[in-house]
Design a protein around this ligand. Structure first.
Ligand SMILES: Nc1ncnc2c1ncn2[C@@H]1O[C@H](COP(=O)(O)OP(=O)(O)OP(=O)(O)O)[C@@H](O)[C@H]1O
Ligand SMILES: [Mg+2]
Length: 237
């Protein structure tokens, strides 16, 4: 069996004295998309921060292709091949679209390295606006740019924290199409979503968090057949 892209084993995380993640275990299979679902405050962003080293796990293992990265700093985790698109799509507002992509570039030995034209092929709206200050883009375009910046780091594992948040349905569909395309490139993707339909349209596997614990883990196929497996942990959709 090939090594899994990312495995969390019994991960605990705290903010100071506040215990937020309780023995989280999950597996992102290489080349697949795992959707991480859960209500507001369930611990989804905290899981992403812990994987990317912005918050150090208080215990547990985080295995990237079998190597424990739990004690590495964010720069070394990025260099090892993990890129986070944070919730709220952080970009440099005063830089142009193209400058935002340029400064995010990182050389890594992947099959088909990303470059600016390939990001523009993925999201053609960005090509049309390459000189524009990123702060003046629409929310959807900023999300596309944030994803493009992450891709410029040539990651093996992409962490997407609520890419559809605050976007109109047509734009959500455009972002979903982009995620599908990226998946075809062989990237392993951990997607945090509150948009259940978007998550189900792209996911191979599902994990639902509930107050910092894994409440459900299973295949997206099972959840498509029996949505209640996941939705009963999610509140109203
Ligand atoms: N910097 C912080 N300091 C202290 N507590 C925090 C901090 N950030 C988040 N928390 C708490 O940790 C818990 C998990 O928050 P987290 O942001 O991981 O949730 P989430 O699932 O991403 O929610 P949302 O869907 O609203 O983005 C919440 O109770 C939250 O209040
Ligand atoms: Mg969050």
């Amino acid at each position: 069996m090939a090594t899994d892209a990312l495995v969390l084993e019994q991960v605990n995380s705290h903010y100071g004295d506040s215990h937020v993640l309780y023995s989280i275990s999950l597996t992102l299979r290489t080349g697949s998309l795992l959707a991480l679902l859960g209500r507001n405050g369930a611990g989804k962003t905290t899981t992403m921060k812990t994987i990317s080293g912005l918050l150090e796990a208080t215990s547990g293992k985080i295995l990237l292709f079998g190597q424990d990265i739990a004690k590495k700093n964010p720069e070394n985790i990025a260099r090892a091949g993990v890129r986070l698109v944070p919730q709220g799509r952080r970009i440099f507002p005063s830089l142009s679209v193209e400058e935002n992509l340029q400064v995010a570039a990182q050389k890594r030995p992947i099959q088909n390295p990303w470059n600016i034209p390939r990001v523009y092929d993925l999201f053609p709206q960005l090509r049309d606006r390459f000189k524009q200050r990123a702060g003046t883009l629409s929310g959807g375009e900023q999300q596309m740019l944030a994803i493009g910046r992450a891709l410029m780091g040539n990651p093996d594992v992409l962490l997407l924290d609520e890419p559809s948040e605050g976007l109109a349905p047509l734009i959500v569909a455009e972002v979903a199409r982009g995620i599908e395309q990226i998946k075809k490139e062989g990237l392993s993707i951990l997607l945090v979503e509150q948009n259940f339909n978007l998550a189900m349209s792209v996911a191979d596997d599902i994990v639902v968090l509930n107050t910092g614990e894994v409440a459900y883990a299973g295949s997206a196929a099972d959840v498509r057949t029996t949505p209640d497996l996941a939705t009963r942990h999610l509140g109203v959709f």
